[in-house]
Design a protein around this ligand. Sequence first.
Ligand code: NAD
Ligand code: TYD
Length: 357
Amino acid sequence: MTKKSCILITGGAGFIGSHVVRVFVKKYPDYTIVNLDKLTYAGNLANLKDIEDFSNYNFVKGDITDNTFVLNLFEQYQFDGVIHLAAESHVDRSISNPIEFVMTNVIGTVNLLNAAKKIWNANIDNPVSNKKFYHISTDEVYGSLGAEGLFTEKTAYDPHSPYSASKASSDHFVRAYFDTYKLPVVISNCSNNYGSFHFPEKLIPLAINNIKNMRPVPVYGKGENIRDWLFVEDHAAAIDCIFHQGKIGSTYNIGGNNEWKNIDLIHLLCQIMDKKLDRTEGTSASLITFVKDRAGHDLRYAIDASKLQNELGWKPSLKFEEGLEKTVSWYLSHEEWLNNVTSGAYKEYYTEQYAKR
Ligand code: NAD
Ligand code: TYD
């Protein structure tokens, strides 16, 4: 990238995207950052309130499945780089409505690839090296591990949920555009994130919200599934590192080296919440409720992030206990955010504000 680059970040009003937008807007004042987001239930401009008036930040409301709109946007801004995070991201929703996931995650990604290919005039005889299309993906494309082993960049894809199948499909398209058109792409596959601005339908923010309100905490099956948790700000730092230093055509795994059984994680969360809310020990844990398991529930995810660490020098900065405590404190001090995202009030307010511009 040059100092004056114009960067498109898609899905920048979501959980991870808002952290990425914040890092780029603050750290690179000479870049122009364009945040393209449809503002679905998961996207919220309140997540970016602290940077909305920065002169290098622009928000565009739009849908990546609309190919004419996407192409016009690329023509208007002549982006030098793309960091693509926009997606439908919740496995349970993908089980009840897979088509939405095909539309945004697959068709939306291909629309962006086509626009980048056209604007950068990428083809097999014209390899482009001064631009970058960075696709953000998930470790869920690799499927499920048994008790042993880690996902590496060479692990074969074996997705099980409609969500992971749609992400796997989008990853394949991104690679195909590199092989076929020499589009300058890079991909990363990250493990489960946690931290501030996480929509309270995913395990950690949902449990925090329910414990706070003395509501049951649903644990699927026996709670024995294992996830490798990474603090969202560490993911944003990895994205910054890969966007600037990642080798074109490469894939990087990102993970926290931090495996937790769901039930152990929930017990740790309950202990933290009892302390923070001044409750008698065991009060929060009494809310744990085992419920019917998720269909096709992957047993274990765990990432080998050594390529990223050895080649680009990134590593997680925070221990899980510290990150979880920080996250609980954030949710307890952002009651208004939590109430507004669950009621949809922010979405209404910002949609109205946007319409007035
Ligand atoms: P999120 O659901 O919080 O945010 C997604 C954002 O995309 C929202 O702001 C939403 O409004 C926007 N969006 C959805 N459909 C759109 C469309 N058609 N057009 C434009 N914008 C649209 O998701 P997240 O957890 O922040 O995940 C971001 C990316 O990171 C996704 O690609 C996801 O697959 C990937 N990822 C997430 C995790 C995780 O633990 N959350 C882990 C690894 C990878
Ligand atoms: P989730 O946060 O939905 O992320 P993902 O499915 O992408 O890993 O779920 C994390 C783990 O927690 C997963 O094993 C499913 C489980 N889970 C529950 O036990 N209860 C819940 O209410 C939710 C949302 C998830």
